[in-house]
Design a protein around this ligand. Sequence first.
Ligand code: GLU
Length: 503
Amino acid sequence: MNAPTPRLRVAPSPTGDPHVGTAYMSLFNLAYARQQGGRFVLRIEDTDRARFRADSEQQVFDTLHWLGLTWDEGPDIGGPYAPYRQSERLDTYRPYVERLLESGDAYYCYCTPERLQEMRERQQRLKQPTGYDRLCLGQTREERAELGGFSETPVVRMRVPEDVELSFEDLIRGEVSAPFPDDQVILKADGFPTYHLAVVVDDHEMDITHVVRGEEWISSTPKHLLLYKMLGLTPPKFAHMPLLRNEDKSKISKRKNPAARLTWFQEEGYLPEALVNFLALLAYPPMQEADGTDREVFTFGEFSDRFDWSKVNPVGPIFDMKKLLWLNGVYIRELELGDFTARLLPFLEEAGVLSGNPSLGELGRLKDVAELIQTRIGTLKEAAPLVAPFFMADDELEVSDDARSSLADNAAEVLDAAIGALEQISDEGYGVLGSESDWNAGRIEADLRSVIVEGLGIKARFAFGPLRAAVSGARISPPLFESMEILGKHSTLTRLRRLRASL
Ligand code: GLU
């Protein structure tokens, strides 16, 4: 018999801003699905109505699309196993619950939340294992009503036998075992299945062959395998990915770490391809080159082609932001200039540097500036303060306190010399397509060096600080002479004169 086509899924719960873990899970699922010529399914697990957030599902779609982690079937595009939202599949679960009730593998539980609370407190006081005490097991509704702590609308619990199999094979970890589970609720009083029942039914109904999910679900897997067994179904294979951790080793959470939110990476100007590479590296070794060296920068295609479960590191990876910043810089530098410029636009608009609809002239200038800063930024957001001085009116440019306080005593002398030298350079032909002008970075640099470094005897290291402050308003800026070329003679001189006058 041929092996079935691999079908993998990611099953986020729409409970808020999408978690970075959703992208991480999607990436590993997708890598294997693509390698095997299988299918990748997006299923929305929205049975927890208390935590449901309406806008969250769209954010999941948007952020995964942004990362290029696209699915073959899902609530937005449909597919042969639709619907892909659990809240739309309630009729699917009921017959499974009936089967379990009929076979005695499940039973109604009428206990009120208050009774369950008291039970737990008693167990904790007596240092007993916590778990449902089976008060309702084997009781008719009438019998149970006599016992107090009775709720009119029951839940359904699965009955976990003493000899439940607690260990299972994991594609990443080998044999894994989990603690003995208690009689888990599978159908809630509101008629919604719990995660445990819904995940088993849906993975079965959707012909999922590999369940790849976070390590936090290891303890649930024996319950799921038990449900497969009780229902006479063939279980999928399981792989539990290591949990992402903060630098202090705690589990990455949206409360503690902004980087737990996928939208944060978009807002901060990380490139999706860099984030994908980074997420892969969290649990996967670098690519091995034929000559034995390691390569940390790789594409999704390469990752997927070479993907192998046995190479996934089961130890919880630290979310190393410095590494991500480095990797993002690598990807930024590799962008083709036009692409880089286009990707900067939303950040420049957000920062108020450019309007959403820049003119052709502005775009041309932006491209020139982009070329100067491409090697100097770690995120797209970092571009805004470097680009801003090129799109300001000369009299709007403020010299920062930082830049001003770094000016040496000879700043006035330096500015005077620079103004004198630059006035001599002709800008004829400047900005005219196809014509060369004396107003270019090479000539500007040569003339400034000659008057300031040679003429005034000021070391190059100290010579240009005042010019930089005048032109960009900042202590750190894109390369100075190229900046002056882009600004043009008039702006450059106006800016130098303004700072000079304020000293
Ligand atoms: N809805 C679960 C989650 O958000 C899915 C777990 C699983 O993949 O089984 O983590």
